[in-house]
Design a protein around this ligand. Structure first.
Ligand code: COA
Length: 179
């Protein structure tokens, strides 16, 4: 009984526990990012959600209700974003949801179009994966559009490992079958 209580309390606080120090080496160091005017954040309290929404829209993601984005970020297991000091705006973002123990799925990896191609996307995904691994979460998945497979492969992601295929619930197909 006591053991169960301790266990559930420990798990309950898992999401917000400080991370152990990293031993990973990244393609761009935190110091390099800072030297280029980019500040790394791991919580969303000072993130301008309207601006984040605009970045989503500028890369073709749907515009979403900022209240719902805030809730989704509150329920994420890990998130990262970069603030650009020159424009005083967020310019890159990535997050992961999951059970906080075994599994995580990466979502919303996005770099402002005028900041793409300078290593920021790679810097974000490297750190997001490392944050998850440091939490002990080792089953890390994501959905990739075909044109972005080449971005994720060098970061350690493989498509259809051992023939395992992802399946997504599709209301459209379900309705089709019913009709
Ligand atoms: C995909 C995205 C996150 C990449 O971020 P980025 O900052 O432009 O990429 P980086 O500069 O960090 O690129 C890192 C490496 O990946 C390569 N790369 C970048 N985009 C690539 C792509 N679409 N296909 C193949 N390789 C790509 C770069 O050439 C670079 O290679 P290098 O390390 O050998 O120099 C960014 O372009 C973006 O926001 N795209 C729109 C949103 C999107 O599609 N998100 C993914 C959702 S599935």
């Amino acid at each position: 009984m006591i053991l169960r209580g301790i266990t559930s309390a420990t798990l309950h606080h898992h999401r917000h526990r400080p991370l152990p120090p990293t031993s990973a080496s990244f393609s761009v160091s935190d110091a390099d990012l800072a030297g280029r005017g980019f500040t790394l954040h791991r919580d969303a309290t000072s993130l301008d959600l309207a601006r984040l929404n605009s970045i989503f829209v500028s890369v073709g993601f749907p515009r979403r209700d900022p209240e719902k984005i805030r809730l989704a970020l509150d329920h994420s297991d890990a998130l990262l974003w970069l603030h650009d000091s020159r424009s005083d705006l967020p310019v890159a973002f990535a997050r992961a949801t999951g059970d906080g123990v075994f599994n995580a799925i990466i979502w919303d990896v996005v770099v402002d179009p005028s900041f793409q191609g300078i290593g920021l996307g790679k810097a974000m995904v490297e750190r997001l994966v490392d944050d998850l691994l440091r939490k002990g979460i080792t089953n890390i998945a994501l959905y990739s559009e075909p044109r972005v497979l080449g971005f994720y492969r060098p970061l350690g992601f493989v498509a259809d490992p051992a023939g395992i295929r992802g399946m997504v619930y599709s209301r459209k197909n379900k309705n089709k079958r019913r009709n």
